[in-house]
Design a binder for this molecule. Sequence first.
Ligand SMILES: Cc1cc2nc3c(=O)[nH]c(=O)nc-3n(C[C@H](O)[C@H](O)[C@H](O)COP(=O)(O)O)c2cc1C
Length: 334
Amino acid sequence: MIGKPSPHIEGSYRFSIAPMMDCTDRHFRVLMRQITRRSLLYTEMVVANALHHTVSRKKILDFDPVEHPLALQIGGDDPKLLAEATRLAESWGYDEVNLNIGCPSPRVQSGNFGACLMANPDQVARCIEAMREASTLPITIKHRIGIDNLDSKEFLKAFIDQVAKAGAKRFIVHARKAILEGLNPKQNRTIPPLEYEKVAYIKEELPNLIIELNGGLNTPQDCLEALTIFDGVMVGRAAYSHPLRWQAIDELIYGDNPRSICASSIINRLIPYAEKHLNQGGKIWDIGRHLLNLVEGVPGAKAWRKQLTLQAQKSNAEIKVLENAAQALKEAGL
Ligand SMILES: Cc1cc2nc3c(=O)[nH]c(=O)nc-3n(C[C@H](O)[C@H](O)[C@H](O)COP(=O)(O)O)c2cc1C
């Protein structure tokens, strides 16, 4: 699908939903669009090398126009392949391209990209330059505050300075360092402490750069506080686990008029999208699995999730499963 770039990309990065493998697929993004129309959404990381070799680019890159503004996140260390992926992103209609220099997984390290590239700012700069030259899309970067012993604020500043000179438009900084030996990716999202002050130092030292804070932001209030210092905030796990927590974000962050949103109306609004997905050979569970967190902390939530899971996982599950799930919530006033 060739989408149309959104006219609303400007400033959308003030609030974004983080790229998360196995979570932020197109179905979750369409769900989040029922909750926030304005924030910037990201794909899961797409490996440039895999994109080069695959025969199913459509499957990896297609998205629904409702997802705009949307960034494609790419992983890789080869400027040529990253340039090719960036050209594809442009022709597919993405609004921008983000380079992942934050992922600490061993698989990614063995491919010599992700967080380990922070140790090689020259290579990161070459990648950014190649991506910038390949298209007119903004090129952004997501990285950690450091890796292993390369964790001083001076190191971070020099890294960002060099990558900015190569043409990166915005910096999304996960405010934890990555420990590449001995911690798995999940531990690398909890064990290294959050050091917001290091990211604040960067914003103070390099005030003209657009610096976004990521890591441990759990509530809209956390985000509003962070926005007094930073140019944008990115939320990952708290968005996936508690989607409705963010229902006032367009009003709070972008000054939109208040809208009332409830779980049943969200599911009902997804039905035409789900029908289309079914007609194209997709499964109800592809969408249903992301809906489970719409209901939490109310009596009957567990039973509702169990019922949806049981019904939606059936291989012949029909649209009725979602209609029933929405109806049950409506009857409960949700
Ligand atoms: C399940 C999962 C998958 C993730 N996948 C990616 C990814 O593909 N690319 C990336 O840059 N970060 C990835 N991350 C990291 C998040 O984007 C984010 O930086 C991290 O979770 C910290 O933000 P949070 O505290 O708001 O969750 C992932 C995180 C989780 C929990």
